[in-house]
Design a binder for this molecule. Structure first.
Ligand code: PMV
Ligand code: MG
Length: 335
């Protein structure tokens, strides 16, 4: 009996949200190692189970299982076979990326899509690069009509701190009707994904507001407000943010994140949900910087601290405001 286990994590945006929805823009994202696990084994027929739901399915269409089923479909295309002609498996997925029934908002739909691709790759003995996993997962989501930038997929596929330059999704979507699967996967989509190594001594704190927000709806609400000036300002600040991280320039890093935060705050009032405002205000007067992350409207926000005292104080302030620290990561050592 063959059985394999694979894992994927979550992601959070550091810089470039909303602007990244336009082709050629840059965003910075960090992997969040709160894991989802997939177990895949030989089985007489296809059985898929996720702990998000209280039932399992086969290959018959099921709305709740659409990401997993669509990823299986993509992998069958990749192998040039019909799903039903492939050796059957049982795929069990655990790790909900939530607490008390409320999602963290760290990318569970992207994570489950990448996880399914990774699970089928080990099961059918295919060697996939991170880049190919990104393309296969993006193809799957585009086919499903996802309206996101695929930055989440890039970060989850690379499982690292990355800079992502977006491709033209309308262009790739148009290929779905006039190009073959092989042509689409082989084509140059003109995106770029690069791993970043920060040279600053700092700690990232991830605060969860416990207010679930739906990115798809936030995008629909905010999208029409994105104009050329916003795109240019975000791009400039995001590139400064990346450069200052890599060069270890703390002051520039802080000012770039502050301007990114202000630009988001001015874009639409729903982004800075009152809990995210509290989360950000907790960084005031401390050697730190904080902002919303991703679409905003709830979910998580982030803070970077540069001293032990700032780290401690933000944690205290967040706790007082019922903002839960769900993850932290340090680079270098301070104090
Ligand atoms: O809320 P999140 O972490 O899913 O991030 C959404 C970020 C947007 O730029 C608003 C949309 C996207 O898909 O990039
Ligand atoms: Mg979100």
């Amino acid at each position: 009996m063959t059985s394999y286990q694979v894992q994927t994590g979550g992601k959070l945006y550091i810089a470039g949200e909303y602007a990244i929805l336009n082709p050629g823009q840059t965003a910075l994202l960090i992997n969040i190692p709160i894991k989802m696990t997939g177990q895949i084994e030989d089985h007489s027929d296809f059985v898929i189970y996720s702990d998000m739901f209280d039932y399992c399915v086969g290959l018959e269409e099921d709305k709740n299982y659409k990401f997993i089923q669509a990823a299986i479909e993509t992998m069958a295309l990749f192998m040039g076979k019909k799903v039903t002609d492939l050796p059957a498996f049982k795929l069990t997925i655990n790790g909900k990326m939530e607490a008390n029934g409320k999602k963290y908002g760290i990318g569970s739909s992207g994570s489950v899509t990448v996880l399914t691709i990774k699970a089928l790759a080990v099961f059918y003995n295919l060697k996939l690069t991170k880049d190919l996993i990104f393309k296969l997962a993006s193809y799957t989501l585009l086919k499903l009509g996802d309206n996101g930038s695929m930055g989440d997929i890039a970060c989850i596929a690379y499982d690292d701190l990355i800079s992502y330059r977006s491709f033209d999704r309308e262009m790739v979507k148009s290929w779905l009707v006039d190009k073959s699967f092989e042509e689409i996967i082989q084509a140059d989509w003109h995106y770029a994904i690069q791993v970043i190594k920060p040279q600053l001594a700092m700690t990232l704190l991830v605060g969860w507001t416990k207010q679930p927000s739906i990115s798809r709806e936030m995008i629909i609400r905010v999208k029409s407000k994105i104009n050329q000036s916003f795109l240019e300002k975000i791009e400039k600040a995001t590139l400064i943010c990346q450069k200052s991280l890599e060069a270890g320039d703390k002051n520039k890093f802080i000012t770039s994140l502050e301007s990114l935060s202000n630009l988001l705050n001015n874009l639409d009032q729903s982004i800075y949900h009152p809990k995210l405002r509290q989360l950000k205000e907790a960084s005031l007067g401390l050697d730190s910087v904080a902002k919303s992350s991703g679409s905003g409207g709830g979910d998580c926000g982030i803070a970077f601290t540069f001293t032990k005292q700032a780290e401690k104080e933000i944690k205290t302030r967040w706790a007082e405001d019922d903002i839960e620290l769900i993850y932290q990561k340090s680079w270098g050592t301070y104090d």
